[in-house]
Write a protein that binds this ligand. Structure first.
Ligand code: ATP
Length: 261
């Protein structure tokens, strides 16, 4: 479904990825672990087209996509929950979710924000706008609210009035609204209390039930091993370990994380 082959990535002259090979099968959940600066976020940025690479360094359903821009990648059904949530502060929970619904409909961000402002000044209501996207998948405002009921209660609140955990739920819901085949989650538990992390991760099985493949970037190794079918560990821009959680030992992970002693 998704594959990187010898993926390289650069920030100017600085090389951040050195030939990364990963695969993600349909319906699979893969975790990427590694210390700060290992290249995990850079890998997500490359897959989502925020950083460009060579066409055949990233394959989606057998087609080279490494050269494509981020909006085209999104329209192919690859969505990202970015590190730090990045909600639109002036928009409500519901409007932030609707921003995600427009991606598969092929409009650019400017059009989507225009239509949200049009709604605020008497344009179409949110339900009508939700119906505007191609509707070919499981996720809609209602199913996102079923996944995270607190968001239904807070649908009229501005994104900034939410707790960190609720903001993370909106960020996940926004990505789901595009009905992605592949969902990339970058450090979704960062800075959240354990009880909130548990609630967020409880959503993962229901996301998987829709048939989506998931990549999670996770600093918490225990969490990563608990939820993933397979794990990759990265260090200094390279994959240093790959395996199923039940086949890799603590020592393997320690060596892959920090380098051999
Ligand atoms: P973290 O957990 O801290 O987010 P990470 O594994 O996601 O770490 P990346 O953020 O991908 O790591 O960073 C990989 C390398 O690229 C690091 O050396 C980092 O300093 C560098 N880097 C990241 N973003 C940029 C940028 N915008 N410009 C220059 N260098 C960058």
């Amino acid at each position: 479904m998704l594959e990187t082959r010898g993926l390289t990535a650069f920030y100017g002259d600085f090389q951040a990825l050195f030939g990364v090979d990963i695969t993600l099968a349909r319906g699979e959940t893969v975790a990427i672990i590694g210390a700060n600066g290992a290249g995990k976020t850079t890998l997500m940025r490359a897959i989502t087209g925020v950083l460009r690479s060579a066409r055949d360094q990233i394959l989606h359903a057998g087609t080279g996509i490494g050269h494509l821009p981020a909006d085209t990648i999104m329209k192919r059904g690859i969505a990202m929950v970015p590190e730090g949530r990045r909600l639109f502060p002036s928009l409500t929970v519901e409007e932030n979710l609707l921003i995600g619904a427009q991606h598969k409909g092929g409009r650019d961000l400017g059009d989507r924000i225009d239509s949200l402002f049009a709604r605020l000044t008497g344009g179409p209501d949110p339900a009508a706008m939700a119906g505007d996207h191609d509707g070919s998948g499981h996720w809609s405002l209602e199913t996102v609210y079923d996944l995270f009921p607190i968001l239904r209660e807070r649908r009229r609140s501005p994104g900034t009035a939410l707790s960190g955990g609720q903001q993370q739920m909106v960020a996940i819901g926004r990505a789901l609204m595009s009905n992605p085949d592949i969902l990339l989650c970058d450090e979704i538990s960062l800075g959240l209390a354990p009880v909130v992390i548990r609630d967020i991760y409880a959503a993962l099985p229901r996301i998987r039930e829709t048939g989506a493949s998931v990549i999670i970037v996770e600093q918490d190794i225990g969490q990563a091993l608990a939820v993933a079918d397979r794990v990759y560990c990265m260090m200094e821009g390279r994959v240093t370990l790959e395996g199923r959680p039940d086949t890799i030992s603590r020592d393997d992970i320690h060596a892959a994380y920090f380098g051999a002693a």
